[in-house]
Design a protein around this ligand. Structure first.
Ligand code: PGA
Length: 253
């Protein structure tokens, strides 16, 4: 069975002062659902301390460098450093970075490999734009994003990674993909990995992201290949994060 997981992507939100209150709001955590908190880089260390001792809550970063060795890379943060301050996870290839920072599929694959080399589990974001979907290229886009990673680390690279399917048109729009549209892509992703390695394909957890909230989470998680969520806006309030986790917890029964 794939254990459900909900990751909170704070994006560029948050302050030091909010850390303890947020973590206090999580109470005993997500009722058996794994929770991953991904605050901005300056807050990672503080968050690592704030969640100490909390069961099933762990720390993730929002990005990492392709470089793992220390060196002259101004502004970069290596996966080794993230591991050093207590991260277990790191998001790579979020569409906001692919778009705003011009991150290519190959560069994202390099980040994925660097994360794994540092002992972190990557959360690989994939997803098509509205234009690509209209042009009938949704699956081709997502396939290229996954294949770029498989070229570098093989299907086995997904044995300790997560995939987050985040259609670009659904992120921050208030309109999530329908459960059927999401399931179709999740099934396609699982099949793609399974063709190379059936065991890894069956085991890999595939999260949905894009305007997930307490209201739509239940219908999304009722789909067989949706194993959790990567949540942006709604994750800034711990109450919402817990409500989303409760919606996915039913998968465990
Ligand atoms: P959203 O963001 O939940 O605010 O749509 C999701 C994401 O970009 O990870």
């Amino acid at each position: 069975m794939r254990r459900p997981l909900v990751a909170a992507n704070w994006k560029m939100h948050g302050r030091l002062a909010m850390m303890d209150e947020y973590v206090g709001g999580l109470g005993d955590g997500g009722a058996g659902v794994e929770l991953v908190l991904c605050p901005p880089a300056p807050y990672l260390f503080g968050m690592a301390t704030a969640i100490e001792g909390l069961k099933d809550v762990s720390l993730g970063a929002q990005d990492c460098s392709t470089e793992n060795d220390d060196g002259a890379y101004t502004g970069e943060v290596s996966a080794n450093m993230l591991a050093d301050v207590g991260c277990r996870w790191v998001i790579v290839g979020h569409s906001e970075r692919r778009r705003r920072c011009g991150e290519s599929d190959a560069l994202v694959a390099g980040k994925f490999a660097a994360a794994q080399a540092a002992g972190l589990a990557p959360i690989l974001c994939v997803g098509e734009t509205a234009e690509e979907r209209r042009a009938g290229r949704a699956q081709a886009t997502v396939l290229a994003q996954v294949e770029a990673v498989m070229e570098q680390v093989g299907a086995d690279g997904f044995s300790c990674a997560l995939i987050a399917y985040e259609p670009v048109w659904a992120i921050g729009s208030g309109e999530s993909a329908t459960p059927e549209v999401a399931q179709e892509m999740h099934g396609f992703l699982r099949e793609t990995i399974s063709r190379s390695d059936a065991r890894v394909g069956e085991a890999v957890r595939i999260l949905y992201g894009g305007s997930v909230n307490a209201g739509n989470a239940g219908a999304l998680f009722a789909q067989s290949d949706i194993d959790g969520a990567l949540v942006g806006g709604a994750s800034l309030d711990p109450k919402n994060l817990l409500a989303i986790a409760a919606a996915v917890a039913v998968r465990m029964n």
